[in-house]
Ligand binder design. Sequence first.
Ligand SMILES: *Cc1c(COP(=O)(O)O)cnc(C)c1O
Length: 346
Amino acid sequence: MTDKSQQFASDNYSGICPEAWAAMEKANHGHDRAYGDDQWTERASEYFRQLFETDCEVFFAFNGTAANSLALASLCQSYHSVICSETAHVETDECGAPEFFSNGSKLLTAPSVNGKLTPESIREVALKRQDIHYPKPRVVTLTQATEVGTVYRPDELKAISATCKELGLNLHMDGARFTNACAFLGCSPAELTWKAGVDVLCFGGTKNGMAVGEAILFFNRQLAEDFDYRCKQAGQLASKMRFLSAPWVGLLEGGAWLRYGNHANQCAQLLASLVSDLPGVQLMFPVEANGVFLQMPEHAIEALRGKGWRFYTFIGSGGARFMCSWDTEQERVRELAADIRSIVSA
Ligand SMILES: *Cc1c(COP(=O)(O)O)cnc(C)c1O
């Protein structure tokens, strides 16, 4: 019997993974110091430094919108601008929070190919205007894995960071699904971040099996100046911080973060392999992380909803997104695929 509650609308439909849960339980004995002065926060930060093989500054926030917005705000002044892809979460799904927390730094969208920015698209936006009347480009933000389930290769990241260096831009990475990118490429976290020129990473925990929480890693430590104050002012300093940091210890210490990223990716591969040859069904993007985007006839989308499946269709007419999670059951994937098959073959 499969777990019928499992849906593919988003990876945050899932619950808390056993490792994160167990660590929270362990942290829940006795008293400990507040506001991040505790042993769990210390241990989680140390695990991050080990995993990334560098002495980075580590902070914790409740969610990705806050992590991204505050990180971007720390990289620019209010009169600066942030270059992002037109499909970026910061542009389409954060309700203006990056602009709000930076006191007005404007997001400038660049065309993307399969959800990815390129050195050319960045250059075009950055050099479009250089007069006093236009907000001065200061940051590039990219999403790894992207909003459409693709993954930047180390070479692509290096080419982008070289362009950033040349143009005097800081490089931020929205890593809400960073684990899925690491799992897909088999690259170390260091290779996909600071070794490729990334200054700041927002590492997502929620979609990787935690209840709540994202980590912000500054590889360029100078950019982290006063970041603790920024978090506090934004209402992002957890007073019982250990419950935000302990789950990271659970995920990082035994490698669960990568196993789960890998599992979710495998489920997406399975789904893609089961439906991509069906008549009228097309993969909209290469399946590289934990999402499958299918172009399907409108009536098929309706029929699939009628069978009780939940999924998003924000990618335009006929486009359906299916996300796999750390705990997605392969049998449940097969059930979804079978329903799609029966609908489009009817
Ligand atoms: C989920 C997600 C986030 C974080 O969103 P919150 O709901 O604010 O936690 C950030 N970036 C991307 C690409 C995401 O998919």
